[in-house]
Design a protein around this ligand. Structure first.
Ligand code: SF4
Length: 134
């Protein structure tokens, strides 16, 4: 069996983009790809604790970032993680111009629709990563 794929969202508090990143990660990791993923805590990764560094060094990572600061991707890379895919909420939202997905604390129906649709694509990508097709 392959090593589980680590799905790591940014921790964006105070922006709907961060909330979208976290909900997208949870939809993929807890529902669509529960058997082949795990979600290490970004804050733990940032500490560069030897235990988490060793963990993310095994297998591949998929990061999900809310904004161009790319905190999840940068942190995982800095800790030695092998990133197979960097998901960007900003890019996803280009397909939903003019749509207001909610606010920093709660998604509305449009926000959940974005999460659900994006999650299907991310899950397909995660499956490819797990199967070593990348
Ligand atoms: S990527 Fe952007 S939204 Fe996410 S934690 Fe960093 S600054 Fe916040």
């Amino acid at each position: 069996m392959s090593e589980k794929v680590k799905v790591v969202p940014c921790s964006g508090i105070g922006k709907v983009h961060g909330l979208l990143a976290r909900e997208l990660a949870l939809k993929v990791a807890n529902e669509l790809c529960a058997e082949i993923t795990e979600t290490p805590c970004l804050a733990y990764i940032v500490t560069e604790d030897p235990e988490i560094k060793e963990k993310i060094a095994r297998g591949k990572c998929v990061t999900i970032d809310g904004c161009p600061k790319m905190c999840a991707a940068k942190s995982v890379a800095h800790a030695g993680g092998d990133i197979a895919e960097e998901i960007k909420i900003i890019e996803i939202l280009k397909n939903y111009r003019g749509v207001q997905p909610g606010n920093a604390t709660a998604l509305n129906d449009d926000g959940w629709k974005i999460v659900d649709e994006a999650a299907l694509k991310v899950a397909a990508r995660v499956q490819q990563v797990y199967e070593g097709e990348v």
